[in-house]
Design a protein around this ligand. Structure first.
Ligand code: HEC
Length: 357
């Protein structure tokens, strides 16, 4: 039951993936370019017209204004499709918003137009963007599934018991870490290579959500990894001790940091790949909390109940916040703030897009 949200999410990714593979007919598209008047404003050969030429468009980095903010975007199929359906969403540098008319269009016609523009604009051969943007959403779905199912599978007693017998507890934890890390790295690469397939148009204010949520996530992360906690791997023995610091606020601080990270990043992105990646991480984190609770209850028996009674799964549900913060101390708060500020500024460098709202 607990794995249900993660599985549902992964299934959703697989369902949505084929949307990225819609095919248009370039020959029909070229006819449409003339019939619909596009060719009057867009040349195929680089010659000047009221709009930018299609020549060499695909794979080019476009400087555009989106919601009044300048940004750079690689012209791929999704960008071209968006340019046709909502010309004023990304306005190319040097052009006025409204210069391209919004034209009512049948969905199939858009596919044909995109196919034609890709064919015209694809010469010279589109350079694969950083990380090779030729990946597909199916690969991302597979990577996310292996990350989520890898966790679930290795945590299930059927696999865990025999493996621990062979490898010892330490050896098993090592194998576990290597496997999920590998799946995580694969997932990140697949995400970066996945096409942008829009699910919803994120309003500008949604960019504030991660800006507000991430300091809390960093705080939980720093405290979570620096505080003894029987819900953490190989720290079961701490169950007898009085909960301290962040554990008074929630007994799953580290997992909450992942859940907040994932959930906070979904609204402002709004594309299939982001829902897959961030949704996968968040649902695994939340499923993990429930799973660890039930597993510890079995493994630690009577020792678990008093600890569970003194702590809560949901942050701040039990009060005692003043005491908790006194124990957490200023150093952890400062470290969390530094990490947050560093990430806020380094986001563009590390991830490629600015995190500033
Ligand atoms: C009245 C002139 C005009 C017409 C007609 C027109 N466009 Fe445009 N188009 C523009 C201008 C100007 C821009 C750049 C400003 C912007 O991005 O909105 C543009 C941008 C684009 C872009 C992004 C190009 C880039 O270099 O980044 C695409 C793709 C595009 N148009 C496709 C079409 C298609 C397909 C049609 C016909 C269905 C069409 N346009 C009709 C003027 C026009």
């Amino acid at each position: 039951m607990r794995t249900l949200p993660a599985l549902a999410l992964a299934g959703l990714c697989l369902l949505l993936a084929p949307r990225a593979l819609a095919d248009g007919d370039p020959a029909r598209g070229k006819q449409l370019l003339f019939e619909r008047g596009c060719a009057a404003c867009h040349s195929f050969d680089g010659s000047a017209r009221p709009g930018p030429t299609y020549l060499g468009l695909v794979g080019k980095t476009r400087k555009v204004t989106t919601q009044e903010k300048p940004r750079e975007i690689v012209a791929d199929e999704a960008y071209i499709r968006r340019s046709i359906l909502e010309p004023n969403h990304d306005v190319v540098e040097g052009y006025m918003p409204g210069a391209m008319p919004g034209l009512a269009m049948r969905e199939g016609d858009v596919d044909h137009l995109v196919a034609a523009i890709v064919e015209i604009g694809g010469a010279p051969k589109p350079e694969p963007a950083k990380g090779g943007k030729d990946g597909s959403l199916r690969v991302l779905a597979a990577a996310t599934l292996s990350f989520v199912l890898g966790h679930i599978g290795l945590s299930s007693l059927t696999l865990r018991r025999p493996l621990i017998q062979r490898l010892s507890e330490k050896g098993f934890q090592g194998l576990y870490s290597i496997l999920v890390l590998a799946a995580f790295v694969w997932m990140i690469f697949a995400y970066r290579a996945a096409p942008y397939e829009e699910l919803w148009r994120a309003p500008a204010w949604t960019r504030w959500i991660p800006v507000v949520v991430m300091p809390i996530a960093f705080f939980f992360m720093v405290c979570g990894y620096s505080t003894k906690n029987p819900t953490q791997m190989m720290q079961e023995k701490a169950v007898g001790a009085e909960p301290r610091g962040i554990v008074r606020i929630t007994r799953h601080p580290a997992l909450w940091s992942f859940a907040l990270w994932g959930l906070g990043h979904i609204p402002p992105n709004g594309d299939v790949a982001s829902v897959c990646l961030f949704g996968g991480i968040a649902s695994l984190a939340i499923a993990g909390m429930l799973h660890i609770d039930s597993r510890r209850k079995i493994a630690l028996g009577n020792a678990w109940e008093p600890f569970a009674a003194k702590t809560s799964l949901v942050p701040f549900a039990r009060g005692g916040v003043g005491k908790a913060f006194a124990e957490i101390g200023i150093v952890r708060v400062v470290v969390a703030i530094l990490l947050y500020v560093g990430m806020l500024h380094g986001h563009r460098m590390v991830i490629g897009v600015s995190a500033m709202p």
